[in-house]
Write a protein that binds this ligand. Structure first.
Ligand code: ADP
Ligand code: ZN
Length: 305
């Protein structure tokens, strides 16, 4: 069995998994914005009772996941999370970025179903798979020619830190050091911040969608966000040539947001046309992707021995 953990900006989800199936699962609120320095300890505690049963630990983690450190960009802090967790669990630990894990889960799903025509209608080896998550932040995962796009410092496929046009004239600073990154405009955090200002009270992104979406100023805010994501998708098309993108995350998957993006992509010039697809792996995609990616890397390292 394998322990899989998804460390997001809003929630942390842990599971004991076997054969790709979740046997037991625990979900808690994320502590990365409140107690980041104790993250490793927190994760080990969350998995009590499973550690003796598991072979290794697979983590999907928000942020810039490098080979040695995870740089939590929004918290402006770097942790040697892999070595901390290896010491805490006393087992091998594999870490990838959470959006990369979701991309891998979708890719694995294609492999599983390709003999039935392919769920996403792409063949596994010769196409590009791009996954965009619009959640607490905006993240991305890319697979090209069967390989996850990675870099030693983990700063790659971070689609949230590409800058896009914004209807408002002013520049919005991003925690990465640039301005007008799409994450500062259209992420769950950005939506909550802008809506709280418009409504003169503190609201989170889920409440914005569930309670205030019919207000004209909120509808216009969401309209600007979906335009920003459409701009991002056009940039992805020009960069990778992909025929489709998968749009996930709690914000990206919400029906209104997804519908608006799909409609706006259909209005792009012909060379930018592509299909926007919904994720197939559901809410546990990050866990499933971390599980299969760790298995993939583990098998590869066993073969090389
Ligand atoms: P994480 O970022 O921890 O991986 P999510 O993908 O669930 O987690 O994204 C969390 C963000 O999504 C928060 O900003 C939250 O307010 C927002 N959110 C959660 N549910 C919904 C919903 N049904 N509609 C719109 N936004 C949502
Ligand atoms: Zn940025």
């Amino acid at each position: 069995m394998i322990i899989a953990i998804d460390v997001g900006g809003t929630k942390i989800s842990a599971a004991l998994m076997d054969n790709g199936q979740i046997i037991e699962q625990r979900k808690v609120e994320s502590i990365i914005h409140s107690d980041l320095v104790n993250l490793a300890e927190h994760l080990v505690k969350l998995c009590q009772g499973w550690i003796g049963k598991s072979e290794y630990v697979a983590i999907a983690c928000t942020g810039q996941v490098g080979s040695e450190h995870v740089n939590f960009l929004s918290a402006k802090k770097k942790l040697p999370l892999k070595s901390q967790l290896e010491a805490g669990f006393n087992k091998p630990v594999f870490i990838i970025n959470d959006a990369a894990a979701a991309a891998w889960a979708e890719y694995y799903f294609i492999e599983k179903h390709q003999y039935n025509g392919g769920v996403h209608g792409i063949s596994k080896t010769d196409e590009t798979l791009v996954y965009i998550t619009v959640s607490t932040g905006i993240g991305g995962g890319m697979i090209q020619n069967g390989q996850l796009v990675t870099s030693a410092d983990g700063f790659c496929a971070h689609l949230g830190h590409t800058s896009v046009q914004h209807i408002a004239q002013h520049s919005i600073p991003c925690h990465c050091g640039r301005v007008n990154c799409v994450e500062t405009i259209a992420s769950g955090t950005a939506i909550a911040k802008q809506a709280s200002k418009l409504l003169s009270k503190n609201v989170n992104c889920k409440e914005v969608f569930q309670q205030y979406i019919d207000l004209p100023e909120i509808a216009e805010l969401i309209n600007q966000c979906t335009s920003a994501i459409t701009d991002l998708i056009a940039n992805i098309k020009a960069t990778t040539g992909t025929n489709s993108v998968i749009l996930g995350g709690s914000v990206g998957s919400s029906s209104l947001f997804f519908k608006q993006v799909t409609e706006k992509v259909a209005q792009l010039p012909a060379i930018y046309q592509l299909t926007v697809k919904a994720p197939q792996c559901g809410a546990d995609a990050d866990l499933i992707g971390a599980y299969y990616y760790a298995k993939h890397i583990n098998n590869y390292s066993i073969q090389r021995k």
